[in-house]
Design a protein around this ligand. Sequence first.
Ligand SMILES: [Mg+2]
Length: 152
Amino acid sequence: MICFLDFDGVLHPQALDAPIPAEKEFCHLGALEALLREFPQVLVVISSSWRETVEMPVLVALFSEDIQPRIIGATPTAGPDPYGKGHVSREDEIRAWLTANGGLDQLWVALDDLEHQFVRHCDRLVACDRGTGLDERSFAELRQHFERAAAL
Ligand SMILES: [Mg+2]
């Protein structure tokens, strides 16, 4: 299973119009990594807008060493609008990545706080509350996705 991972509003809370306090930055990453260790078949693709400004090796280095090999890429950020909607949503970026990397039939889940970016695949979105980021509810929901995939 592939987990498309957003950062802001997921791995740390994101207040509107305010920078993330340094002590909160990536405060939920440890919990996510612990879950990933329970499900070694899950691979991670970064869908966060951080990928637009930060080089991939720097993004990968944010993760613990044992998790780093499981960060297999980032969704595409530019290119033609494949769906003719005039804009490319996060969901479209995920579909573009899947199409280019093994096809749309793969099992995947997205962890994101931008619920409105997902229209066709709401069942594959674990939506986080941006004010808290990954909390007990979204963590449990993500675990269910991983468990379902592991049971197949
Ligand atoms: Mg976000």
